[in-house]
Design a protein around this ligand. Structure first.
Ligand SMILES: [Zn+2]
Length: 157
């Protein structure tokens, strides 16, 4: 979890759009988050701890805190980046055609702050058939506390 004390727009509940200049983001975000989120960079494959994580909880935009994906829509894609088949809501994500690098891809961005997250492909599992391939560095994860308590209880008794 980033220290968000210098990022006043970060919120898990506020749904108002965040419009902040890249100059201001540069001061607020770590260089790696800035590079991926604001310059459409890509983290090295297999570099995110979230790639293999099976913890139960919610993934948020690391830039603005917008809820993006629930852990139960995460799956093992083998592509090297955290992968999900469905965003939390239609407004979680915005889409744009991306024809850079000689490929036709669909870019996915945060629906609240417009930060680059990754791409979506149509080779995912049911029920959506979609694979949201997301840079782990632009995700913040919060464990579901109820689920964790239940898990601990079941495994300690
Ligand atoms: Zn965001």
């Amino acid at each position: 979890m980033e220290n968000n004390s210098n990022n006043p727009d970060y919120s898990h509940t506020d749904t108002n759009k965040v419009v902040v200049s890249n100059d201001a983001w540069k001061k607020r975000l770590s260089p790696e988050v800035y590079r991926v989120a604001r310059e459409k960079g890509t983290e090295r494959p297999w570099s995110s701890a979230y790639e293999e994580s099976k913890e139960i909880g919610t993934y948020y935009c690391a830039v603005c805190g917008n809820p993006l994906f629930e852990s139960d829509t995460k799956f093992e894609s083998g592509c090297g980046w955290p992968s999900f088949y469905k965003p939390i809501s239609k407004s979680s994500i915005i889409y744009e055609q991306d024809s850079t690098h000689g490929m036709r891809r669909t870019e996915v961005m945060c629906g609240r702050c417009g930060s680059h997250l990754g791409h979506v492909f149509d080779d995912g599992p049911p029920p959506t058939g979609l694979r949201y391939c997301i840079n782990g560095v632009v995700l913040d994860f919060a464990k579901a506390q109820e689920a964790e308590k239940k898990y601990n209880k079941e495994n300690n008794e």
